[in-house]
Design a protein around this ligand. Structure first.
Ligand code: HEM
Length: 408
């Protein structure tokens, strides 16, 4: 049975500050206990369905009757103001916001770049990159060192730059603009400017690659489209925009939080150190535990749908809380426990269904290499500040920490 949420649960403002600071907000658990799908009122205005159950979240995300098109009426855009929405509507959509055949047409040509087999060829280079930043970390003059600047942010940024053929020397430019774009506390004007600047920067980059191709993913996409006679400049800009932003900000936050998670659970870290064969499973558990991209998996119903006991009408917004789903005790026993041996691969940190993260194999590989290398080369690594004092990104669409002082 579904209930309209009243009192303290109404006016849910997203993203919501987590508790403790790892656990989902207490309101999430109360919502899930009431029903796996509830109606919530959003502080930003209007109502939406809130999906907290793991089974129901997978059902919604795999169901073609729910649209990802942010331009459709009823789509729960809780982090955007009207003017930013207008800006978004005037631009060609990102793959993330496409449906059906249009989405497949955008995704299919790039899938081959992100297969496990294809990415295996990148492993030695990623290992080199991680080693280089760990060398610099060890050579740092003073301690504590901020791990975000020294490792978490540069590693995935350099990796995605090399893959896409983006000059790494521009990293300050795109990192700073992405950071502004994903913060709720950025003013709407700043967010719009950051998004426009990023898009203009990428537009220039694609224009240069169209005349001077290199050996990189974007140049290969241009060549492929030329061959098929379908060169679509705006579509390539959208693709590059999504890969560059999604490709560094998410993994960077996950590296930092993974380190915090392991360092604050020494018995779990000891298991990983004792047998690096456990690292892949530990990465899955850390992905589940933090589920850093929460609520971005929103949809709008295009038909009336009965799901998880809820009667969702066409045109109604649906927010799938992947964080809540990944702490659903029906899917993960004792979800509040970080257990690197649990086998958490069915988590929804990368989403589910047709939009499931395109870069997940790359992210997994980067996380595995970083954790293995960091704890092998600096076995005495420890936090240089109490966990409670770390500046967690409670206002960001992608959870993380702004700074991570470490020492050894
Ligand atoms: C730990 C790191 C990452 C996390 C937690 C993450 C999370 C997600 C999630 C939850 C979605 C699904 C959105 C939806 O269903 O609406 C998604 C989609 C996507 N991600 Fe990631 N991501 C990560 C890393 C990456 C990387 C490294 C790349 C690129 C190299 C990437 C590229 C994409 C793209 C292109 C999509 C859109 C796929 C589509 O719409 O078909 N992500 N990601």
């Amino acid at each position: 049975m579904t209930k309209s949420v009243a009192g303290e649960l109404a006016g849910l403002q997203l993203p919501v500050e987590r508790g403790c600071p790892f656990a989902p907000p207490a309101a999430y658990e109360r919502l899930r206990e009431q029903a796996p799908i509830n109606k919530v009122r959003l502080t930003s205005g209007g109502e939406a369905w809130w999906v907290s159950g793991h089974e129901e979240a997978r059902a919604v995300l795999a169901d073609g009757r729910f649209s990802s098109d942010r331009r459709k009426d009823g789509f729960p855009l809780f982090t955007l103001d009207a003017a930013t929405l207008q800006q978004l509507r005037s631009q060609p959509p990102l793959m993330l916001g496409m449906d059906g055949a249009e989405h497949s047409a955008a995704r299919r040509p790039v899938i081959g770049e992100f297969t496990v087999k294809r990415l295996a060829a990148l492993r030695p280079r990623i290992q080199d990159i991680v080693d280089r930043f760990v060398d610099d970390l060890l050579a740092a003059d003073g301690r504590p060192v901020d791990l975000v600047r020294a490792l978490s942010l540069p590693v995935p940024s350099l990796v995605i730059c090399e893959l896409l053929g983006v000059p790494y020397t521009d990293h300050d430019y795109f990192q700073s603009r992405t950071a502004v774009a994903v913060r709720r506390t950025s003013s709407p004007q700043d967010r719009r400017r950051a998004l426009a600047e990023l898009r203009a920067y990428i537009d220039d980059l694609i224009t240069r690659k169209e005349s001077e191709p290199g050996d990189d993913l974007l140049s290969r996409q241009i060549a492929r489209q030329r061959q098929e006679g379908t060169l679509d400049h705006a579509g390539l800009v959208s693709l590059a925009f999504l890969l560059l932003t999604a490709g560094h900000e998410t993994t960077a936050n996950m590296i930092s939080l993974g380190v915090v998670g392991l360092l604050s659970h020494p018995e779990q870290l000891a298991l990983v150190k004792a047998d690096p064969g456990r690292t892949p499973m530990a990465v899955e558990e850390l992905l589940r535990y933090f589920t850093i991209v929460d609520g971005v998996t929103s949809r709008v119903a295009t038909e009336d749908v009965q799901i998880g006991g809820a009667s969702i009408r066409a045109g109604e917004g649906v927010i799938v809380s992947t964080l809540s789903a990944d702490w659903d005790p029906a899917a993960f026993e004792n979800p509040a426990e970080l257990d690197v041996e649990r086998g958490a691969r069915h988590h929804l940190a990368f989403g589910f269904g047709p939009h499931q993260c395109l870069g997940q194999n790359l992210a997994r590989m980067e996380l595995q290499i970083v954790f293995d290398t960091l704890f092998r080369r600096i076995p005495t690594l420890r936090l240089a500040a109490p966990v409670e004092d770390l500046p967690f990104k409670t206002d960001a669409v992608i959870y993380g920490v702004d700074e991570l002082p470490v020492t050894w």
